[in-house]
Design a protein around this ligand. Sequence first.
Ligand SMILES: CC(=O)SCCNC(=O)CCNC(=O)[C@H](O)C(C)(C)COP(=O)(O)OP(=O)(O)OC[C@H]1O[C@@H](n2cnc3c(N)ncnc32)[C@H](O)[C@@H]1OP(=O)(O)O
Ligand SMILES: O=CC(=O)O
Ligand SMILES: [Mg+2]
Length: 581
Amino acid sequence: MTTTADLPRTQSGRSTGSPATPPRGIALADSATVAEGTIDVVGPIAPGDEEILTPQALEFLALLHDHFADTRCELLLSRQRRTRQIADGTDPDFLPTTRPVRHDPSWRVAGSTGAPGLSDRRVEITGPTDPKMTINALNSGAKVWLADAEDASSPTWANVIGGQRALRSAIRGELSFDGPSPDGGRTPGKHYALRTSELTEMPTIVFRPRGWHLFESHLAYTGTDGSTQPASGSLVDFGLYFFHNARELITRGRGPYFYLPKLESHREARLWNEVFELAQHALDIPQGTIRATVLIETLPAAFEMEEILYELRDHCAGLNAGRWDYLFSVIKCFRSRGDSYVLPDRAQVTMTAPFMRAYTELLVATCHRRGAHAIGGMSAFIPDRRNPEVTEQAFAKVRADKEREAGDGFDGSWVAHPDLIPIAREAFDAVLGERENQVDRQRDDVTVGQAELLDIASARREGATITESGLRTNISVGVRYIASWLRGTGAAALDNLMEDAATAEISRSQIWQWMHSGTRTEDGTVITRERCESMLQEFLRTTPRTPGDRLDEAVTIFREVSLGDEFPPFLTTSAYARYFS
Ligand SMILES: CC(=O)SCCNC(=O)CCNC(=O)[C@H](O)C(C)(C)COP(=O)(O)OP(=O)(O)OC[C@H]1O[C@@H](n2cnc3c(N)ncnc32)[C@H](O)[C@@H]1OP(=O)(O)O
Ligand SMILES: O=CC(=O)O
Ligand SMILES: [Mg+2]
């Protein structure tokens, strides 16, 4: 049996606590847990926020930062180095140092054993955590709700704390919400209430904290050396959710379950595992209670699926194929590698492109070999209740997507909208029948290697094109999405598609890549900055304006992340630093 000693360790003086012997004598729950640093609230506190920002919860966050803030920074730096190496010409590959882990057939992950509500995940609805969406998702009839503080969320301070409040109340069966009056107060707004207060009768809640790259600048962490820095968005989201809800979830027949976004290496998975171990220890919750489903949504992570499962094996339920961030990562990694790495119009890159198929096939095979669930991704087509034609089209596209995933061996998949739940359920019912999942279906026929994962050119081989209209759409969607995000809405219906942080990243990074690769649209015209700028101006001339639309600020960010000489790693970090900090 391979041990973690076989994997390279991160270098940090303050991380790596083990569950049996916690670092620095942390006392167990109920007696004071000792943090050495402090977390201070530097954002406004609205009435009711104090139920989330309690002194004990802040101390718990400080404890997590004491142990993991440094390692997080080191790992973010190694991300940058690795992405730079790929951009400069070194292809990613499976790691030679972790071959023993991949070749050891004996280990398995915890999976759904001992994790009530996680064995049947055939339909998962995703969405942000404002009170209305929380109630609608929990009333939706899906098996799981991915409660999202990531791609679907705009991390305004109000959203961050409001989301935690909604989750805390929902888990206790207490959440209700009154929508705005449709006529300025004469008629009351729509009243929203949970259909049941029993957690076991709702979709299982799986919370997705922000990725490692994001800061929470309304909470300041001061370490023992006296230096102060913004808190980590991941540790804040995870920490507050876990602190307030872990015990309640267990008491009510569920558990603290998480989706982990945007990981780029098994060392990041190890960091999460260490966070889990310390958090469980500090609150006196049995080790292994937490379950995590890791999104494989970056190209580097696709080469470390097995190692990621291994690092988190005592806490891991499965992997998810996060297709949109994956495409973004492919563009980011190969952004300066020339024309053979350039993707066609966003709308023309589908899940049947050979390099995308290779990635999902490898994910299913890897998961099932290790007893993990393989969860499918998001089709961006959404229904429109006022337009039956759009709805029919969305149903057909989503049906095809979910049938393919179920047939390939996925154990469940995501939908963006409640009306899509029956479509996805039918597709999975047809394959699963009475079974809760198909984890025991081995995909030994899958032989995906480096060549298949990196066959990016396959997307254009079969006639897919780069068009003027594709370029225009990227500009229009990019700017409109950023404006929505700045207004506090992280998922939006634009042109009958679900747009969120991941899909918008594709739009803006594609423009950058095309512009820097001397790419031509199919009519032979080169994509230059001037051409993009003139389309942007045309977009602004033809777009109706409303007060507070934040379009001007969105254009500023759009120029920075799409049209600059440098490639900013995330549009969200650029926008957050400029407007939310
Ligand atoms: C790449 C990725 O990470 S994918 C995962 C992240 N992305 C997401 O989670 C997107 C989730 N989906 C959404 O946010 C929404 O579906 C949108 C923004 C795309 C469209 O929302 P709307 O424009 O409100 O759609 P629509 O008007 O058809 O909604 C009808 C009703 O369904 C509700 N609804 C729509 N989507 C959801 C959802 N995902 N969860 C809960 N309720 C929902 C709406 O709140 C609305 O309720 P109401 O009648 O009480 O007002
Ligand atoms: O998070 C999901 C994705 O597709 O990105
Ligand atoms: Mg994503």
